[in-house]
Design a protein around this ligand. Structure first.
Ligand SMILES: Nc1ncnc2c1ncn2[C@@H]1O[C@H](COP(=O)(O)OP(=O)(O)OP(=O)(O)O)[C@@H](O)[C@H]1O
Ligand SMILES: [Mg+2]
Length: 244
């Protein structure tokens, strides 16, 4: 699937909160069709980078190109319409809605009225949500709630999906199920994935390439094998996780 053509290009992105440089002059590319992992310790700037790419936060410097188009500091809904979607680390927005309404909100972002119901039904089917489609999101356990979050993001039919800790809090079998689902999305729909995740089994098992942030800076990028033996990455992140 990877054809080395960048779908997203980040050039020198910087985001500050007061004196704190949360994302510090970060540059990398995401290739069309690939599964890219974005890892690093707590507070490394992963979510801030996602927020800056998707227009929720304004960048203080640098450029973001999506499908060769400059989308730096563009409005989130416009970026979504161009074919980029994301999930949130803390699922908050759709908690009082039913499962199918939450998915419908996603579908409405990019489909006209006639196609919305089709798209909702397809997503409900794909993510195995049929039995709970009328339930309120707030009644769900963590695993189905995470699936709804991914289904909502996928209902926009994105070319690039950014996932912010979609597996956090899941047990081993729920995590495997999520991994299989993401692999299938990538394989069947050709969706490019960028995955922020602390669970290394998932990152190493699904990502073709990994970039590593530490204190806002990009400290390494490479294949899972290269990253797991990179001394800088072991010192900043992986070593500490192994000790835990
Ligand atoms: N809105 C904000 N205002 C001020 N500081 C912020 C804000 N959002 C994030 N930060 C700070 O920016 C830094 C990067 O945070 P961010 O949430 O992007 O890290 P992360 O890599 O996603 O961490 P985690 O793995 O814990 O989710 C941290 O020091 C954080 O405290
Ligand atoms: Mg985060």
């Amino acid at each position: 699937m990877v054809n080395n053509k960048a779908i997203l290009k980040i050039e020198g992105i910087t985001k500050r909160f007061g004196n704190l440089v949360a994302v510090d002059n970060v540059s990398f590319e995401i290739y069309k069709g690939e599964v890219l992992g974005l890892i690093g310790p707590n507070g490394a700037g992963k979510t801030t980078l996602f927020n800056t790419i998707t227009g929720l936060l304004l960048a203080d410097g640098g450029k973001v190109y999506f499908k060769n188009q400059d989308i730096t500091n563009e409005k989130p809904y416009k970026i979504c319409k161009l074919g980029m979607s994301r999930t949130f680390q803390v699922t908050q927005s759709f908690i009082s809605m039913s499962v199918e309404d939450a998915v419908r909100v996603g579908a409405y972002n990019r489909h006209d009225e006639r196609k919305v119901e089709d798209q909702v039904n397809q997503m409900i089917e794909f993510f195995g949500l049929n039995a709970i489609r009328k339930k309120k999101c707030e009644e769900l356990g963590l695993a189905p709630l995470k699936r709804v979050e991914v289904a909502r993001a996928m209902a926009t039919d994105p070319d690039l999906l950014l996932l912010d800790e979609a597996g956090a809090g899941l047990n081993a079998s729920e995590m495997s199920e999520l991994m299989e689902m993401l692999k299938e999305i990538n394989r069947e729909k050709g969706t490019t994935l960028c995955i922020v995740e602390h669970v290394m089994k998932m990152v190493m098992g699904i990502c073709q390439r990994i970039v590593v942030l530490d204190y806002g800076e990009l400290i390494a990028s490479g294949t899972p094998e290269q990253i797991s033996s990179n001394q800088k990455v072991i010192e900043a992140y992986l070593g500490k996780r192994a000790v835990k």
